[in-house]
Design a protein. Structure first.
Length: 291
């Protein structure tokens, strides 16, 4: 269990911001921090990582104290066993993929572990190439491997896929979920992509102006409905057509277009361009607007 309590006065683009959050993360969970720009997500990341000092707070990881401002305990970043993946790859351009991983591993370099890692994220054919010869998706896989090579307890992902196209982003989501489970990681993700959040996250924490305003299972938090079913997809409404007492809703999901029937009450709440969650209930597709 990871117990986080943080307070910090910050300067945001919209003015002064007082961040005051308290939450728990179960070991092995993938949780997402979600909210508008300036809500405090990245500041929370930096404080957990030890890159930013809170005014007051405590971070307890499996009963091992990383931070306690009252007791003046504040472990430096290198002692917190955290792996980072950012939107920027920050790879060494003069080193090959393999050399980047060996350098990140440092004196404890373990070629067998690095080889296993290369296999897991499918970098075998790329390991002797330098970053400037790789695509964005390939570079991000290297960045993911580099974060894992130090065997972190917590993997932190700050919008790592936001600059990639839909197809590559989907493939990398699969890689991230695979390594999250393979290495039994606790993973914290920052994302604005609703589809990504619902697909990947066990738990969602929504922030606004430095405060937690909602938290829980992602589909339920984002739709205000208790959602169950064998499939859940997020899409965007293209058209809405009324037929008698029902609405025919055309939805774009990824590169696919589907049609869903909504009842009168639900249909009246929907508009073109709305983000919606398509799920199943009693073998019938249902549609819910995402807030």
């Amino acid at each position: 269990m990871i117990d986080v309590q943080l307070q910090k006065s910050l300067k945001a683009a919209t003015g002064d911001l007082y961040l005051d959050v308290e939450f728990k993360i179960r070991r092995g969970e993938l949780i997402t921090l979600y909210g508008k720009s300036g809500a405090g997500k990245t500041s929370i990341f930096r404080m957990i990582a030890g890159l930013l000092d809170p005014d007051k707070g405590r971070i307890d990881v499996d009963e091992f104290v990383w931070l306690d401002t009252e007791k003046k305990i504040n472990l430096p970043p290198q002692r917190r066993k955290i792996g980072f993946v950012f939107q920027e790859y920050a790879l060494f351009p003069n080193m090959t993929v393999l050399e980047n991983l060996r350098f990140a591993r440092g004196k404890q370099s373990d070629d067998l572990f690095i080889k296993d890692l290369i296999d897991i994220v499918d970098l075998g054919d790329l390991q002797n190439r330098k970053p400037d010869t790789l695509s964005g998706g390939q570079k991000q896989r290297v960045a993911l491997a580099r974060a894992l090579v130090q065997k972190p307890e917590i993997l932190m992902l700050d919008e790592p896929l936001s600059a990639l196209d839909y197809e590559i982003r989907n493939k990398l989501q699969v890689y991230i979920l695979q390594v999250h489970k393979e290495f039994d990681l606790t993973t914290i993700l920052i994302s604005h992509d609703i589809s990504e959040i619902i697909k990947m996250s066990d738990y969602l924490i929504e922030l606004d102006r430095g405060m937690i305003i909602r938290q829980g299972i992602p589909a339920e938090v984002l739709t205000n409905h208790n959602i169950s079913g064998k499939f859940q997809f997020v899409g965007e409404i293209l058209t809405i057509k009324r037929q008698d007492f029902i609405f025919i809703i055309t939805v774009l999901i990824g590169k696919e277009i589907i049609k869903v029937v909504a009842d009168e009450d639900e249909g009246k709440k929907l508009s073109i361009c709305d983000k919606v969650l398509i799920a199943s209930k009693a073998f019938n597709p249902i549609i819910h607007k995402i807030d």
